[in-house]
Design a protein around this ligand. Sequence first.
Ligand code: ACO
Length: 311
Amino acid sequence: DDAAGQAVFDDLIEADSRVEPRDWMPAAYRRTLVRQISQHAHSEIIGMQPEGNWITRAPSLQRKAILMAKVQDEAGHGLYLYSATQTLGITRDEMTQQLIDGKARYSSIFNYPTPTWADMGAIGWLVDGAAIVNQVPLCRCSYGPYARAMIRICKEESFHQRQGFEILLTLMQGTAAQRQMAQESVDRWYWPSLMMFGPPDDESPNSARSMAWKIKRFSNDDLRQRFIGMLVPQAEVLGITLPDPELAWDEDAQQWHTSPIDWNEFSEVLAGRGPMNAVRIQTRRDAHEGGAWVRAAAAEYARKQALRDAE
Ligand code: ACO
């Protein structure tokens, strides 16, 4: 019964063990996981678009091969994460429908445009860099299927981050125009990448409970701080300026002091009014409709195969 189930669940969480799909779990824990993991899956799938934009225009064959591999990795991450979410009792069809109806959240970061090649570098360095900082602790998430999916995803994200850094490094060693393109791209992506970690702790309605359940291991602000600490020395190596004149280590507070983050911009993007929200959803909807014949053919093949097997 529920009381016995709750006691077993509480013990599992207390002991830092893993909750598995067939275990009893509180309804709110299940809902929280469906919310977070499906959002994460959607982010990976929508996240293919900003970079997909540059596959045909990558500056060399090698760059193109790397970029294609990276975008395919993101599709793979989306698929693992949809599978992990399905273990909680929602179908992939339902999740896809929520996404193309514009009812599901996905990361704010993918609602910004990618006008230059340097954006491939800035996305790798900043966006995948933020993703790693956020996701490494998720490898220890209390829900088994999510935690296990994150292990491979984090390894691939590390590669993505390095390839982005290397794109920026190459540009920074190039012409004045290339250096300027790299700097402008970082100027555009820096603040949105800080917003990826979510609202400040005192405005994060889900954090306390998710941390008690050991879904989240660190708060949004703690991870944001850790990310800034990672960027500062790397920006120095690149010779790139992080676009925050106030950025400094505060010795007393033992944390990075930053200019205020524009949370109004964040809430506009979450409300669907970011620069690329409408385009992202429309592109995903078109792709879904364009793939209808593939799904129909696969279903028909499965039906015939089942008939043949029954003979
Ligand atoms: N973009 C869109 N929505 C966001 C973002 C963001 N960057 N940050 C927070 N939100 C939403 C939350 O989903 C929540 O909305 P909801 O209740 O309608 O679902 C609301 O803002 C309040 O935020 P929190 O209470 O802080 O929510 P939560 O505890 O879920 O923390 C976080 C947000 C840190 C993003 C968490 O969900 C998480 O770690 N998710 C997994 C990682 C992930 O999704 N990464 C995708 C980005 S990049 C990538 O992986 C390719």
